[in-house]
Design a protein around this ligand. Structure first.
Ligand code: TXA
Ligand code: MG
Length: 337
């Protein structure tokens, strides 16, 4: 199959929408990362998403809507807190787990009786959803296990020959996937941190907890609230270690432990100054780090890095999302100095 790259003019977006209506899978930009979209109500279309990604069948997909009236068509028993979150953060990078109605096939929800719903803010994504007239199931558009794609080229590298089209909407603004939350005991449980932070959610309710799976490695037999948390993720081929230390100690550590195949993920070009070591600058603050992390992880592979040492991001605000993704890329290897 030839994979076409489409632009964001209206004609191209209507063509992308027509492919979705025919039950095809299309790569679409969102404000978080690129998604692999298909008709969420069509189990055969959705099966093709799993096939294209090589994704385990029990890992549910997020359903994307462009207008709030679809909320109640897809879900029921929606708590008041969910409406408050929708008002505060939609359209935007927040996914809510709610009870699903029967029109959503089990294939889409990975066999669960709940579904993740999100209304993206990206204009191109919204137009494609509107033109299709459908709720769109979309996981991140990477091959299962690889870093999520933040450019159309990332998607092309993973999906060339597997899907008919990719819409090129430029670089993703946020760079890490949406915050995934569930509602329980009149509060919010964060299952996956994202750009909408714990601090943001605390403006809506003072009852916000972070699920254990966000910062800890779960054993294979743990029953998880969000199936995606148990899989290997975001893994470059390089052996990544997070160095949780101030700059002086970080420099000291890499000076003693690096060789010519080592690459460092740093905050500033000056971090490795004078040490004669390869580096990738992934941003000076949490917002930049979110934007660049996945591209940096893909670059590690492109340059054939064998070993990588990463400076440790902040663990608050959007930094928690960066740390959560980097932890998985590092297989939970952290050295605290
Ligand atoms: O930003 C995003 O959320 C992107 C863009 C494309 O919208 N999508 C995305 O989808 O990241 P995906 O499939 O790569 O990640 C969805 C995560 C997985 O960890 C999955 O297990 C979890 O959300 N999830 C989906 N439905 C769920 C459900 N009903 N209950 C618990 N977790 C769910
Ligand atoms: Mg994903």
């Amino acid at each position: 199959m030839e994979t076409k790259l489409l632009q964001t003019d209206d004609e191209s977006l209507k063509y992308a929408a027509s492919l979705l209506r025919e039950g095809k899978v299309v790569g679409i930009p969102t404000e978080t990362v690129y998604g692999l979209g298909a008709n969420a109500l069509d189990e055969f279309a959705v099966k093709d998403i799993f096939k294209a990604k090589g994704r385990p069948q029990d890992n549910p997909l997020i359903v994307h809507i462009a207008d709030i009236s679809k909320f109640e068509v897809l879900c029921y028993d929606i708590p008041a807190l969910a409406y408050k979150c929708a008002e505060a953060f939609w359209p935007g990078p927040l996914t809510m787990i709610l009870k699903k109605r029967d029109i959503i096939p089990d294939t889409t929800s990975g066999g669960l009786d709940t579904v993740g719903i999100r209304m993206p803010s990206n204009k191109t994504a919204r137009k494609i959803i509107e033109y299709s007239g459908l709720p769109i199931a979309a996981p991140s558009a990477n091959l299962s296990g690889s870093p999520s794609p933040t450019t159309a080229m990332h998607v092309f590298k993973d999906m060339n020959g597997r899907i008919p089209a990719i819409v090129d909407g430029g670089m993703s603004a946020v760079g890490v996937e949406s915050t995934v939350i569930a509602f329980e005991n009149d509060g919010i449980r964060i299952l996956r941190p994202g750009f909408i932070s714990r601090e943001d959610l605390l403006e809506i309710t003072d009852n916000v907890i972070i699920d254990k799976g966000v910062l800890e490695q779960l054993s294979a037999d743990t029953v998880v609230r969000s199936p995606g948390m148990k899989y290997r993720h975001y893994s470059p081929r390089a052996d990544v270690t997070i160095i949780d230390a101030d700059l002086d100690k970080f420099r000291e550590y890499i000076k003693e432990n690096s060789d010519s195949s080592t690459v460092c993920l740093v905050f500033n070009d000056s971090d490795t100054e004078g040490l004669n070591i390869k580096y990738i600058n992934y941003g000076a603050d949490s917002t930049q780090q979110a934007q660049r992390l996945f591209d940096a992880l893909r670059e590690l592979d492109d340059i054939g890095a064998k070993k990588a040492f990463a400076r440790c991001p902040e663990k608050s605000g959007v930094g928690l999302a960066v740390y959560n993704r980097l932890l998985r890329a590092a297989g939970f290897q952290v050295i605290k100095l």
